[in-house]
Design a binder for this molecule. Structure first.
Ligand SMILES: [Cu+2]
Length: 136
């Protein structure tokens, strides 16, 4: 009888361990929910009721994930730094925006408040490099 109890207990413990291992996800994997995502300093700032988002385009877009405030006039500042790769061929499909950026400089792109919701994808013309802004 005692053996049966011990067997049942060890089965329960094993199941618990396996379940734990399967459902454990190391920090950083937050899926698409945004919410608690922390931006690096200097990426998003607000001045006089306008939100500014700074993205560096060079061999990709950095940062690749940005959390921003929704429903506020937003200006993307796309910074190029001797950018000769295709991240200079900027494409923001949801805004119908497509432009070649200067190799070096800062290109401001206005996002009207009504577009500052859900998420916005920043892509190179081929869709190989990308960044995503989550508005919440
Ligand atoms: Cu590309």
């Amino acid at each position: 009888m005692a053996q049966k109890v011990i067997l049942t207990l060890s089965v329960l413990i094993s199941v618990g361990l396996i379940w734990g291992a399967l459902t454990y996800s190391p920090g950083g994997d937050r899926g698409d929910s945004g919410g608690s995502f922390e931006n690096a300093p200097g990426v998003v700032r607000e001045e006089n009721g306008v939100q500014y988002i700074r993205i560096v385009a060079r061999g990709g877009y950095k940062p690749s994930q940005i959390s921003a405030k929704a429903d506020i006039k937003t200006i993307l500042e796309i910074e190029t730094q001797g950018t000769y790769d295709c991240s200079a061929a900027l494409n923001i499909p949801q805004l119908g925006f497509q432009q070649f950026l200067p190799a070096t400089g800062v290109t401001p792109i206005e996002i009207p408040a009504e577009y500052a919701k859900d998420s916005l994808n920043i892509l190179c013309s081929m869709g190989m490099y990308r960044s995503r802004i989550d508005f919440n």
